[in-house]
Every structure is written in C-alpha cells, then in structure tokens.
Design a protein around this ligand. Structure first.
Ligand code: ADP
Ligand code: ASP
Ligand code: MG
Length: 419
C-alpha cells in the first residue's frame, strides 16, 4: 500500500465528463489499496473568468478581495469531484484551504505556504476515505483567504505530498509528460523520461508552465517524488508497478544519460524598459530598482551600457508584460530623484532559454545559440546566463521560429515524427 497525491489541472476537470474520468483514475488507485489525496484546480477557463470580473469592477483592486473571488473556482471543482467519486462508490469529502488548514503568508495573489495542518487529512486517509483538496488557496494568519499565484495548484499538491509524507505526487495534466520544449509550439518536441529538479526549476521559471516554479522548489527541498503524466490516458490501462508512466522529476544522479541541453523554454509576454542617459554615479541602480521592488514589480534581466555621449549610462531591464504599466508608473515617479534623459518601453518581447546541467562542463552552448539566431536574422536585445541556462530577449514575432530553430540545432527534435 502506498500513499499518493494525485493532482488534476483545469483541462482535466474541464467538464462533467472529464470529472468522471478523474474519478475513474482515483478509483483505480483506491481499488489497488492505496491511500489517496486528490488536489484539483478550477475547471479550465474559470480562473481567467474570475480574474476578468475583478478587473472589470476595479483595475486597481484590493488584493484580499481578488483572492476571495479567484479562489472560488476550486471550491466548485472539489465539490463536483467528491460527488463524482461518491457516485462510483468511493468514499470521499472535499476540503478547502482554510478547512485543512493551509497556512500561508499574507502576500495576496502570490502567497507562500508556511505550514499545513495535515491531521484531519491524515485521519481521513487512514479511514480509507479520499480527501479531495482545493488547490491554489490557503489562509493567512489574519484569517483571510489567499491564493498562491497562477498555476498554484501544482504547489498545493507538492506541499500536501510533503506534509502527508506521500510516496508519490502525480501531476495529471493535458500532456503526457515534460517535453524538451512546449509540445504545442514544436510538434517534434521529445518527451523526457526523467529531468533533474534543477533543470525543471529553470524550465519552469523560464516559462514552461507545465509545473509552477514554486512546486519544483518545494519538491526539491522535501525530496518529493514528482511525476507529470496525462489524465487523458485511459483510467483502466495497465500501468507499471512503480506507477511511472510520464516524466519523473528527480535528482541529477538518478539520470543515466545526461544531455548537454535538456530543453528550450519560452516566455512570450515580456517587456523591455530602457532609461537613457542615466547619471553615472554610485547608488543609481539602487535608486531605480529599490522602488520597483517596493512596488512588487518583478524585474528579470538587467543590463547597463555606456550611453552614446560616453558620459552617462543606459539602463535596460525586463518585466512581464502585465507588470509594464506598474513599472513605468514607478519610473515616472522617480523623476527629480534619478537623473535620466528619456524612458523607452517595448511591450512585445519574448525570452527564449536553453537549459541543461551539461553546460557546466561543456563550452560553446551559448555560441551555438547566438549563431543559430543570427542565421535566422533574429536580433538579440538582452542576454543573461546562469550555470545551467542561457536566455535571450528577442522580438516576440520571432519567438516560435527561434524555439523551433534552437530545438533542431541542439539535436532535440524527435526524428520519428513526420512534420
Ligand atoms: P494544468 O491545467 O493541468 O495545470 P497547464 O496548462 O498549466 O496545465 O500546463 C500544461 C501545459 O504546459 C501543456 O498543455 C503545454 O502546452 C505547456 N508546456 C509548456 N512547456 C512544456 C514542456 N516543456 N513540456 C510539457 N508541457 C509544456
Ligand atoms: N486555477 C488556478 C489558475 O488557473 C490554479 C491552477 O490552475 O493551478 O491559475
Ligand atoms: Mg498548471
């Protein structure tokens, strides 16, 4: 007997038929004698609809009320799944974040899980009943409902798995594993049997939304055996004994043949901001980026260059497109405190990243990227690197072309697929 956490995302619970299919997957594991906690997202499209409603009422909304609204989708799906399970003879009840309770920080809209009081869940599992848990939501110390950021149900699932000391956490979604790049962008993307926590962390944070970044961080910290697999597989298929059919996210030393490059990640909605002719003196960077941090604007890439006049510097940084307006308002507010001649913003940029732990020991990965993009006539605006990734910022019109070209150049294309 094992203890399993099974997480189902939005498309996997998209309508009543899909919810019944989830119930069949859960029943399979219960019938095999396992203890099961299920974590679910809102039905697909529902969270976007709720976000839209809050924006329609008030663009500069109170984040506490935003969380009350956008967390509501999960309340519906847990109730429906508990009913569908009962309907097929599986004892189940629903749990909302506050009922468990999933204690979080009070950063509404992007809260972090601080603690999970899992006693109630544990008692229920021991009685052989299924706990159906609302993902994405928690409660702050002030007793207010919080949410964990978009895609946060993955993080709920991993945190629950860690709290329950589960043997495995299976993330069921609409693809059958983690691929070398988004299979919806590159049809020749190859499914990975395994990927290291570290590479998955980079892939997720650089745009591969198949797992929320924080969920990978938590899995790595708590050694949660994490798998991405498909909810579209027939629920009654004969799966292998260890239950690994998708992609296992694991420690590097569990991977036998490590490629130099494991994948290409792609973040489509980036914006570039440049302050021209900034006074070249100590403390200026802190004066610019301090207020941005205070306004909770997430700055990603940063470069500083000598200006054309040779006396001042140009400072360029990137933020996600949704945060551009807020970033520009902060910079406008700096006028008078920070000297600069001009402010430029380019909203439609994309960040393309090449990821692989093999880069630590192999030179030339970045060079190949630059050469390939040059051959396609794609201009690079900003470059940033870490030990296991190289990222470039390019015009978003070229993003898909760049991803396809790089995927082929690093030998990641699945040769068995005809295009
Ligand atoms: P869910 O609703 O189940 O949480 P998401 O839409 O959040 O599902 O994540 C699954 C999607 O992630 C896939 O449909 C796929 O388009 C996208 N994706 C992006 N990069 C990758 C990748 N490298 N491997 C697999 N899927 C990816
Ligand atoms: N329903 C939430 C969202 O759409 C959480 C999730 O799906 O993981 O972001
Ligand atoms: Mg998701």
């Amino acid at each position: 007997m094992a203890r399993l956490v099974m997480k189902f995302g939005g498309t996997s619970v998209g309508d009543i038929e899909r919810i019944r299919n989830v119930a069949a997957h859960v029943k399979r594991e219960v019938d095999a004698g396992h203890q099961v906690a299920v974590v679910v997202s809102a039905m697909s499209g529902e969270t976007n609809r709720l976000v839209g409603l809050t924006r329609d009422v008030s663009p500069l909304h109170d984040a506490r009320e935003y969380d009350v609204v956008v967390s509501a989708g999960e309340q519906i799906s847990v109730g429906l799944l508990a009913l569908a399970l009962q309907d097929v003879g599986v004892a189940a009840r629903s749990w909302l974040g506050w009922q468990i309770k999933v204690e979080t920080s009070d950063v509404h809209g992007a809260a972090r899980i601080l603690d999970i009081h899992a006693d109630g869940l544990e008692a229920q599992l021991e009685e052989g009943r299924v706990a159906v848990i609302a993902g994405f939501q928690g409660i702050s110390s002030a007793g207010r409902i919080t949410t964990l950021g978009r895609g946060g149900s993955d993080t709920s699932a991993v945190a629950i798995a860690a709290a329950l000391k589960a043997d495995r956490c299976d993330i069921y979604t609409d693809v059958d594993g983690v691929y070398t790049t988004d299979p919806r962008v590159v049809s020749q993307a190859t499914k990975l049997a395994r990927i290291s926590y570290e590479e998955m962390l980079e892939m997720a944070s650089l745009g591969a939304k198949v797992l929320q970044t924080r969920s990978v961080e938590l899995a790595m910290a708590h050694n949660v055996r994490l798998q991405v697999r498909s909810s579209f597989d027939a629920a009654d298929s004969a799966f292998p004994e260890d239950g690994i059919v998708g992609t296992l996210i694991c420690n590097e030393d569990e991977i036998m043949e490590q490629e130099i490059v494991s994948g290409i990640a792609y973040a489509p909605n980036e914006a570039k901001v440049t302050l021209l002719q900034v006074a070249d003196k100590p403390g200026v960077a802190a004066e610019i980026f301090g207020p941005l941090a205070d306004a909770a604007v997430n700055v990603d890439m940063i470069v500083q260059n000598m200006s054309a006049d040779g006396k001042t510097t140009d400072v360029t940084f990137t933020v996600s497109s949704d945060e551009l307006e807020r970033a520009l308002a902060v910079i406008e507010g700096l006028k008078g405190k920070v000297e600069f001649a001009n402010l430029q913003a380019v909203p439609e940029m994309a960040k393309i990243s090449v990821v692989g732990v093999g880069m630590r020991s192999h030179a030339g990965v970045a060079q190949k990227m630059f050469k390939e993009l040059a051959e396609k006539g794609i201009n690079i605006h900003v470059i940033s690197t870490s030990e296991i990734k190289v990222s470039v910022l390019i015009d978003s019109d070229y993003a898909e072309l760049a991803v396809r070209a790089l995927h082929a150049a690093y030998g990641l294309d699945d040769e068995t697929i005809d295009t």
